[in-house]
Structures are given as structure tokens and as C-alpha cells.
Design a protein around this ligand. Structure first.
Ligand code: GLN
Length: 441
């Protein structure tokens, strides 16, 4: 714990929003005591981990990398984090990310752009950029990220490690600051499939504080050992045929397909929605949900209030001054698609498309066991470049957002293409995803 805290202190990659030094050292000394007394300790006991700065941990700053909450301290602890604390793991850092999860680069933050672990001139990806870089640089053993439309998988891909977006509802969202509640997922980022499995088991489970959760089976080491039970794999033809894909990512992905075939697995091309349909459906719904979720942040109950001449004025100044440009763009967009005159044409259409996308997945999983895809169409841009063009940033999420709309378990593995491969299975089949990852290794 001390060693990792020291590494984090120099904050070389802008991954740190706050260090939990006293908190972590107090927990670590309890574990030390147990060891000195010769008591048995659990698998995760004493293991230092990081937390994306959108999770409540009682008494610690939870800023969502925003001016609005820069002085806010959590009043309670998120279920997933509490489960890790109960297992003896030690949180050491609240990690930099795009503000409220809004972004794909970890530049939309008051703490400075996070630097990529492989090349510090490039973006780390996002929104869980700080979490991915901390794991990649060994500043934490694992981190808990959040994934609404790719925020665990894409930074994991950009930094060459594993990141899992579990099936929606497998892990409680209680204490995760809501971005888009219908796709928000809690998940682990780590350097091995085994670490992902161990952390996933600890944080999964039904929670009365999140009615969308369900009771899932524990995933054992044996159950994900590679065997021949996976017979068929699919991939989306239009992902690799899209004009936006980097030629090297395309050829590497197709070579990965050839290697899978060589292992005796059937690989099928599948039809899917066009990237722009996926991106526009996702952003319509995500913006609508975030506009609604963030309406509570008006300076009355939480955060950095700025007084105006009257109450309405105070709300307006507090929100105008304290939300980032990107967050305001989404609130305005979200309120627009929800407003009368637009909601039928845009929001309801988005919901209908989402149903069709989910149905498409259901049909696919009658044909194939898993679906593979590149994580991103392109490689990470230079820090500063992507902020100039928000639409291009949204379009770069083309390969991750569909699986979020489908609420499917999807894992990024650091192989295949420069920004990794995604493996997806049917709902609640997180086990199969990990098993196929072991098979590909
Ligand atoms: N880049 C996507 C967005 O900005 C996904 C972010 C996320 O998963 N939090 O919405």
C-alpha cells in the first residue's frame, strides 16, 4: 500500500483526484496486525486498488472531476466498494476521469488531461482514463471503473489491459453517481483475466438498494478454463467495412479472425446496425438520462453553490459556472430531445431503436456463442486534438455503445489490434466472455 501511494504521489499521468493516504494506511495496519497475530487473511485482503472518482466512499471527496462537486464529501459508501472493503481490499486513490463520465478521452476534467500509459502525449481514453492508466502503470493492482457506453473498455484498450463491462444489473449501481441509469455499469479494470474474475465475484450480487440487480452465479477458475465448448464466433461485417476504421486496426482484426478459425472455431459475419445509428441512439438516450439525473445538482443540496439575486438565478449561475462545456452540451441536448414537440420524434424513436438493437443481439446469440469486435475504429489521438470536434469524439464510440444499449457483458482484452479486442456474450453470460478470453490468450 505504501509503495503504491508513493508512486501515486508524483501524479505523473494526472491520474489522481485525491489520495486516500490516511484511510488506506489505517486499513493496512489492521491487515498487518492480523498477519503478525498469525491469522489467516483472504485473497483480497491488503490489496491496494483505485476508484474512479464517481463512487461514494464515506468521508472522502467524490468530485466527478467537476467544479460543481470539487469540495463534496460522500455521506455513504457505494455497495461495490463496501463489498471490496468487507473483503479487505484497500482503496488508495480516487481517480481522474471525464466529468460525470462525459467523454472518451479523460480531458473533460478539472484535474488536467490524463496521459496515456504507453505514450504520455496521447489521451488515456475515457471516461475511466485515470483508472486504466493506474492499472497499466502498476500504480494500483486493480481499479473500479464505470462504463455507460465504453468507459471501461475503451481506456483499457488504449492502455493495453483488461476491462470488463459486466451484464447490466450484475453489480449494484448504488453509490455510483448516475450518468445514464439504463446503461451505467460498475466493472473491474486489471492486468489479468484472473484478477477480473476475482474482483467481479466479490462485487456482484443482488442489492435491495438497486432494484435492477439480480443474483448471479459465482464464476470459478475451472468454469473459465479454456476448453472446446465455444463452437462459433460472430463479428459485425459493417464494423470492419466502415470508412472510419483505421486500416491497420482492420487488418489486425481480420488476422485475429483467421487465427480463431485456425483453432477450429466457426466464424460468421453478422449484420448489424450502422455505426451512426448506434451512436445517435446511444447519445439520444444517454443525453436524455443525464439531463434528468444532473437536474439535482443545482447547488441546494450538494456542491459548490454560487448565490445569485434570487433562487432561480442561483440555480442558473451555479450550473452555468460549474458544469463543463461538454456536460452543458449534453444537458441542453438531453432536455431538447425530452421536450414536447421533439420527444416523439427523437426520444421515443431512440427507445424503439434500442429495442430493435437488443432484439438483433438476441437473434445473433441463437447463431453464435460470442461476438468479437475491435474496441475502437482508431488509435488514441494526441491530447488536445479531440476536444476540437465533439461529434468526431462521439463517433469514435461506434464499437462500444451498441453492447451498452444491449446491456451485454463485454470484455476488452489487450490483443488482436493496437487498441484491443472486445468479447461479448448473451446477457448474464459473463462467464463465457472470460472463458473465451482465456481461450484466446
Ligand atoms: N464516451 C461515452 C460517452 O461519453 C461513454 C462514456 C461512459 O461510458 N461513461 O457517453
Amino acid at each position: 500500500v505504501k509503495e503504491k501511494l508513493n508512486l501515486l504521489k508524483s501524479n505523473t499521468h494526472n491520474t489522481v483526484n485525491s489520495l486516500l493516504e490516511d484511510y488506506a494506511l489505517a486499513l493496512a495496519s489492521k491487515v498487518d496486525e492480523k498477519i503478525t497475530n498469525g491469522e489467516a487473511i483472504g485473497l483480497l485482503e491488503g490489496i491496494p486498488f483505485g476508484i474512479k472518482d464517481v463512487y461514494m466512499v464515506e468521508g472522502t471527496y467524490t468530485t466527478a472531476s467537476s467544479d460543481l462537486l470539487k469540495n463534496y464529501k460522500s455521506a455513504y459508501t457505494a455497495t461495490a466498494i463496501q463489498k471490496l472493503l468487507d473483503a479487505g481490499a484497500i482503496p488508495i486513490v480516487k481517480e481522474n476521469c471525464d466529468s460525470f463520465g462525459h467523454g472518451s478521452s479523460s480531458e473533460n476534467t478539472i484535474f488536467g488531461a490524463v496521459k496515456n500509459a504507453k505514450n504520455p502525449e496521447l489521451v488515456a481514453g475515457g471516461s475511466s482514463g485515470g483508472s486504466a492508466v493506474n492499472v497499466a502503470k502498476d500504480f494500483t493492482v486493480f481499479s473500479i471503473g464505470g462504463d455507460t457506453g465504453g468507459s471501461i473498455r475503451q481506456p483499457a484498450g488504449y492502455n493495453g489491459i483488461y476491462g470488463l463491462k459486466p451484464t447490466y444489473g450484475r453489480i449494484s449501481r448504488y453509490g455510483l453517481m448516475a450518468y445514464a441509469s439504463s446503461t451505467d455499469c460498475v466493472g473491474p479494470i486489471a492486468k489479468s483475466i484472473e484478477d477480473i474474475r476475482i474482483v467481479l465475484n466479490v462485487i456482484s450480487g443482488k442489492d435491495t438498494k438497486d432494484q435492477t440487480t439480480y443474483a448471479s452465479q459465482n464464476i470459478t477458475e475451472e468454469s473459465i478454463s479454456p476448453n472446446n465448448s465455444i463452437k462459433s464466433v460472430g463479428y459485425f461485417k459493417n464494423f470492419v467495412e466502415s470508412e472510419a476504421i483505421d486500416p491497420k486496426i482492420k487488418s489486425d482484426f481480420l488476422s485475429a479472425v483467421v487465427k480463431i478459425k485456425a483453432k477450429g472455431i466457426k466464424v460468421r459475419e453478422l449484420d448489424f446496425f450502422k455505426s451512426d445509428t448506434l451512436v445517435s441512439t446511444y447519445y439520444t438516450l444517454a443525453m436524455a438520462e443525464t439531463a434528468s439525473n444532473l437536474s439535482r445538482l443545482d447547488g441546494t443540496n450538494y456542491g459548490n453553490r454560487i448565490e445569485g439575486e434570487n433562487l432561480k438565478d442561483s440555480y442558473s449561475i451555479t450550473r452555468s459556472e460549474n458544469f463543463s462545456e461538454e456536460t452543458k452540451r449534453r444537458i441542453v441536448g438531453g432536455n431538447q430531445v425530452l421536450s414536447q414537440g421533439f420527444s416523439d420524434e427523437i426520444y421515443l424513436k431512440g427507445l424503439a431503436l434500442r429495442d430493435q438493437i437488443s432484439q438483433n443481439f438476441e437473434n445473433d446469440f441463437n447463431e453464435v456463442d460470442v461476438i468479437i469486435s475491435p474496441v475502437t475504429p482508431s488509435t488514441p489521438p494526441k491530447i488536445g486534438d479531440s476536444l476540437k470536434d465533439p461529434l468526431a469524439m462521439y463517433l469514435s464510440d461506434a464499437y462500444t455503445v451498441g453492447f451498452s444499449l444491449g446491456q451485454l457483458p463485454t470484455l476488452t482484452v489487450p490483443q488482436g489490434t493496437e487498441t484491443g479486442l472486445q468479447i461479448t456474450a448473451a446477457k448474464d453470460n459473463d462467464e463465457l466472455v472470460l472463458k473465451f478470453a482465456n481461450f484466446l490468450k
